[in-house]
Design a protein around this ligand. Structure first.
Ligand code: FAD
Length: 545
């Protein structure tokens, strides 16, 4: 590998490092897995990315496959940001906001830009990027694009995919393409190209046509979905064609994003926040369904359960002091309205409180900025679980992103409690009530054989339950290595077969983040399980939730 490093250093503007310390640092991400990269590249520009891909392609043609894993801030919780070959990491240099278009309010960025910084810049223009993840302060926008990330506002605004207009992508062979929606005529022109890009358009179009019916039937009954590849939004009935929705959520397995143009939404800092306190999960499910029927619905519906509140009370009692009273309610749901029109916001909040009153659910309503911030602390306190430990046990991201049809919300939560009861593990829940997408991280000690076995038993039971309910294994964090073994079960053999063919079209030599998303079994990931979990590389900016 030293020859590879030497070649790259001679040809790239950015740095190439391969000391044991740097490789160790990049051998983990936010997941429970560990894979040591051979070397780390810090590209200064697109040309560096292009040359790296071109080089690995040429080696692969001669039979030597060196994987490339693109990396943002490495907060990925499914193990998609670790890999055994070249780690190509964007935040160091390719982190600029390139353009804000005052006419369209679109923003063009490099992938390594910090999401929180971008959001601050957009706020100055009274705009924002709504699908921000709760890791906003310390993740990159490139990582969010690659994961099709979502967050508290996704309930109203949708996931990242809805906001990406166009991308510049370095393909496996080093060619650079620009993706955007193409008319039928433009598509024909692309298909006539003699390049790898032309080959991709031709093969993909044929594949989509051959599997039209299966693809039409692949939509799951959930309000957001980051599992697998999005095959449904590429080709539309009018014959137009866009690779953008496919690349978004593909986790660096099809190509590497070097630039993105993103639409933004009007930002209203004057919101109304209602905290609803539930004792009964059935009542909560019913209330959420009723609130969802409002014509100008909430911008967020977020939940925490009493186990989370008890955990905070035990480990960090000052955090929610004066905000939540004891005894804790079974479930707290925060319902936010951000309607631009004040009257609409008031009207919708009033109709929400009417629903709650009718169901005899106690609530608190706030419009004052400070009080709202206090209430949001209830939801954002989930960060404490992630950064705490119980003895040698750590909160592990192993089953943290399932989403189910909204009418299964109650069954889902009950089912989760049952699984963890069986293993005598306490479990705290938080997440997105409006989407029936919840997060949880059980405390386990990865140095213990018994707990390591439990990881895989819990994985199996949890994802079997989610798939059985007609849900998706990932609402927002995507498959990575962790959920990839369940993709075939989730979508069935036919669609999974199409996924494999898509991967082969873009990545015939298997250099683009292999071991992630496609062709991954539980036996593949078992040896990668760390012996001690931690997010040391995020230590200087603790998680927000
Ligand atoms: C505490 C915590 C809370 C979180 N909350 C959320 C949440 O609310 N919603 C959510 O969706 N996720 C969440 N995540 C997961 C993760 O933080 C986000 O998905 C985030 O957007 C990933 O960004 P990153 O820069 O860390 O990407 P990384 O972890 O570095 O990479 C993620 C994926 O993107 C790929 N990638 C990175 N850059 C590129 C590129 N330029 N081209 C192609 N592929 C690329 C990587 O190969 C990898 O597959 C959370 C994680 C933590 C630790």
């Amino acid at each position: 590998m030293s020859k590879v490093a030497q070649y790259l250093q001679e040809h790239l503007n950015g740095e190439v490092l391969r000391t044991p310390a740097i490789r160790k640092y990049f051998s983990t991400d936010g997941s429970v897995f560990e894979v040591m990269p051979s070397l780390v590249v810090y590209p200064r520009d697109e040309d560096d990315v292009r040359k790296t891909a071109r080089f690995t392609w040429q080696l692969a043609e001669r039979g030597r496959v060196i994987p490339i894993t693109a990396r943002g801030m490495g907060t990925d919780q499914g193990g998609a940001a670790v890999g055994s070959g070249i780690m190509i990491t964007f935040p160091a240099h390719m982190n600029r906001l390139l353009e804000y278009d005052h006419k369209t309010s679109n923003v063009t960025i490099e992938p390594g830009i910090n999401y929180g910084k971008l959001q601050q810049a957009l706020h100055m223009h009274k705009r924002f990027l709504p699908p921000f993840p709760s890791s906003i302060e310390y993740c990159s926008v490139g990582g969010a694009i690659a994961n099709n990330a979502g967050g508290e506002k996704t309930y109203k605004y949708g996931s990242t995919r809805n906001f990406i207009k166009s991308l510049r992508v370095v393909l496996a062979n080093g060619e650079v393409i620009e993706t955007k929606r193409l008319s039928k005529r433009e598509l024909n022109k692309k298909m006539g190209l003699t390049t790898f890009e032309g080959e991709i358009y031709r093969s993909l179009d044929a594949l989509l046509e051959e599997n039209k019916e299966a693809i039409q039937g692949m939509k799951l009954d959930v309000t957001k979905n980051s599992a697998g590849y999005d095959l449904m939004d590429i080709k539309r009935k009018d014959g137009s064609f866009d690779l953008t929705p496919l690349i978004v959520g593909s986790q660096g397995t099809l190509g590497i994003v070097t630039e993105a143009t993103i639409t933004t939404a009007p930002y209203n800092p004057n919101t109304t926040l209602i905290a609803a306190f539930f004792e009964d999960l059935h009542v909560a499910e019913h209330a959420i369904e009723e609130i969802k029927k409002l014509p100008d619905g909430p911008s967020a519906m977020e939940l925490v359960d009493d186990n989370l509140l008890k955990f905070i009370d035990e480990h960090n009692p000052n955090q929610l002091k004066g905000i939540v009273k004891k005894p804790f309610h079974k479930l707290i749901v925060l319902i936010e309205f951000d309607n631009m029109n004040d009257r609409t916001q008031k009207k919708m909040s009033k109709r929400t409180t009417k629903i709650l009153k009718k169901l005899e659910v106690p609530y608190q309503i706030e419009t004052d900025e400070y009080e709202i911030e206090q209430l949001w602390k209830i939801r954002h306190s989930a960060a404490a679980v992630i950064s705490q430990s119980e003895g040698k046990s750590k909160a592990l991201p192993i089953v943290e992103d399932g989403i189910v049809p909204s009418e299964k919300f109650n069954d889902y939560i009950t089912g989760v409690y049952e699984i963890f009861d069986k293993y005598k593990l306490k479990i705290a829940l938080w997440g997105h009530a409006g989407n029936a997408n919840i997060h949880m991280q059980p405390f386990l000690d990865l140095s213990q054989v018994g707990d390591r076995q439990k990881v895989f038993k819990i994985l199996e039971e949890y994802y079997t339950m989610v798939i059985g309910m007609g849900g998706s294994t990932s609402g927002e964090h995507s498959d990575g290595r962790l959920r990839a073994p369940f993709l075939k079960r989730l979508y069935g053999d036919d669609i999974y077969g199409v996924f494999q063919k898509v991967k082969l079209i873009f990545d015939p030599h298997g250099t683009m983040n292999p071991g992630v998303k496609i062709d991954v079994t539980l036996d593949d990931i078992k040896p990668l399980l760390r012996h001690e979990y931690g997010m040391e590389h995020l230590g200087h900016h603790l998680p927000r939730s």
